[in-house]
Design a protein around this ligand. Structure first.
Ligand code: B16
Ligand code: MG
Length: 218
């Protein structure tokens, strides 16, 4: 394995659990559309774009809407979601994240965010984490969603590193596939059962550090 110099982190499910707020917002919208929507259904939305999430919900409800209506519902859902995000507390950062990032920074690694979310900026700022990242690639900067590797390739580029010098931390299958499609190794945050393609799986960033991860990957 080439020497690793860059770490690319997904946001939702790796740095913070925003999935619960996405769920509450989508649930409210689904209720308005009379579509039954459960927490299990919500699993299918992890890591996918806002529009794709709506399309999955419409598919569950067997509902077809025009492009314009879909845009309106996406905006409506985001307004509900943002009400939760504006109240996000820095204590909601997932266990071990601050320590992991600070240690990696101290060891000289370059660190980027690679998220599908168009709300990543506000989320990082609510968590006091803006300064922890050397580059932030989010849904406002990319054209193609994971599993396309665009978000991570751009992350490596903004860090000034080759793809082989970077590894990805991801909690969603689409994100693990995006890393592999970009020629990078993927550390799965979750179980091998949920992320069978990940190169290694860990339950979270708590109690580990970058040296440990690189040792496990090589
Ligand atoms: P937004 P990630 C993803 O974040 C979420 O997992 C996914 O559920 C959401 O639909 C997507 O961001 C877009 O988010 O509506 O805020 O633009 O895991 O890629 O960090
Ligand atoms: Mg995620």
């Amino acid at each position: 394995m080439k020497e690793i110099k860059g770490l690319l982190f997904d946001l939702d499910g790796v740095i913070v659990d925003t999935a619960k707020y996405h769920y509450l917002a989508w649930k409210e919208l689904a209720g308005k559309l009379n579509i039954p929507f459960t927490e299990k259904d919500n699993e299918r939305l992890k890591g996918v774009s806002r529009m794709k999430s709506l399309e999955i919900i419409l598919e569950i409800g067997g509902l077809k809407l025009s492009g314009e209506e879909k845009e309106e519902y996406c905006t409506y859902k985001n307004e509900i979601y943002l009400k939760y995000i504006h109240k996000l507390k820095k204590e909601e950062v997932l266990p071990g994240v601050n320590e992991f990032l600070a240690d990696a920074r101290e060891k000289g690694y370059r660190i980027a965010l690679g998220s599908a979310s168009k709300n990543a900026g506000i989320i990082l700022s609510r968590l006091n984490l803006v300064g922890a990242f050397d580059a932030v690639i989010d849904g406002t900067k990319v054209k193609t969603a994971k599993p396309d590797p665009e978000v991570f390739l751009l992350g490596a580029k903004e860090l000034g590193l080759s793809r082989e010098a970077c590894i990805v931390f991801e909690d969603a299958k689409a994100g693990v596939d995006a890393a592999h499609n970009g020629g990078m190794k993927a550390v799965g945050i979750g179980t091998k059962e949920n992320l069978p393609n990940a190169d290694i799986c860990i339950p979270g960033l708590f109690g580990t550090n970058i040296n440990e991860i690189i040792k496990q990957l090589s």
